[in-house]
Design a binder for this molecule. Sequence first.
Ligand SMILES: [Ca+2]
Ligand SMILES: [Ca+2]
Length: 471
Amino acid sequence: MKNETMAYRIKDFAVAMAILLLTAFGAMAQDSDRPNIILIYMDDMGYGDIGCFGSTANRTPVIDGIAREGMRFTDFYVTSGVCTPSRASLMTGCYPRRVNMHVDENGKWVLFPVARKGLHPDEITIAEVLKQRGYATACIGKWHLGDQPDFMPTNQGFDSYFGIPYSNDMNRKHAPLPLVRDQTVIEAPVKQQSVTRRYTDEAVAFIQRNAKKPFFLYLPHTSVHLPLRPGKAFAGKSKNGKYGDWIEEVDASTGEILQPLDNLGISKNPLVIFTADNGSNRRNGGSNAPLKGRKGDTDEGSMRVPCVMRWPGKIPAETTCSELATTLDLLPTFAAISGGEAPKDRVIDGHDMRDLMFAKADAKSQHVAFYYYHTTQLQAVRSGKWKLVLPLATKLRGWSSKLEETPLELFDLSADIGEANNIAAANKDVVDRLQKYAEKARKDLGDGTDAGEGQRQAGWVAKAKALLKEQ
Ligand SMILES: [Ca+2]
Ligand SMILES: [Ca+2]
């Protein structure tokens, strides 16, 4: 009997060990093949608004820590100075005009509540690419790619959604600002001061629930879009008013989100990215320093954003990348690192940027040219260190669509980050080369009322309904 018991014990032990080893190998396979990805995305946060990008007004020790343990990208771009087009590019890896999300149904530059238009369901999002590889996916925060059921995150590859689906200043009588879970309004109008706290709790719970699966957490904060609504615990604590309070709340939130990774023993695994959807409007304490301009235009301060990435063992610590990279690149890059595939049946404008992230010797940006559009209008082109600002008889400016005539300008961004010295006259060959890129963009993506050959359709519904709380 004793021997038999012992035999069983040995057998049990062997089985237990085998399971343990398999689990360990499984975890290792997951680590290397399908890393967890956390993408934290700020709203209207400027280039100079965090410590590691020079802010002395806002304290951001956690975000600065991500930079210290990873890489800072000094020349990282979004494709538009405002939310909806910028987010369409992040999700699809395509320029806004390509997926027809550069204007809303009335020619305005972002979607409003009860919009008939949205990102086409046939477009393939980052979440859909990662779902093919078995990722658990969550979108927590501001979506802004359509508020009709067909266009919501849960129909674009996200297992779950929680957040204010569009801008927090869009509180309307017919559609009080909603807090939505999946597709159901759970509070309206939402108590805005509470959202960063609630987003954080949702994010932590999602990570804990999916510790054993590869996961993709997309966290587009409502912070720091106007109106400024920092949580009560942070109100009045910074030296930069409500703006600083809200940034500091997000910094603390980021710390809370990274903490359970340590507890779960997966702290090394995730790729963590912190960036923003467009620059600051420079009111109320925001800063794009040392860049020129503000949210909504095509100056650097509008479309160049702070970006830090951390992935221990993959991204070398304490590094800086000054090659041109963009949010367009995240879809192809996430596809590559998860062993998945970026869509092959359509044009994708982004490039796999792993060589830049991994600091491969002599890695260069794959963007031969990068295009700056204001809604419909092509206004500038960057290639390498050169930025050509196109001469326009009627240049669109800001929200008001104010028209003005502007000259051709050429800037060397490596020597003149503030776009102050027009050196077009002395560099005619560069001007000609960049003009050719502009011509290519016009043909492919369109310009003004001229459609481009490579544009695709947005999604439309016949009749849009307001997101309302069920009585
Ligand atoms: Ca924004
Ligand atoms: Ca889709």
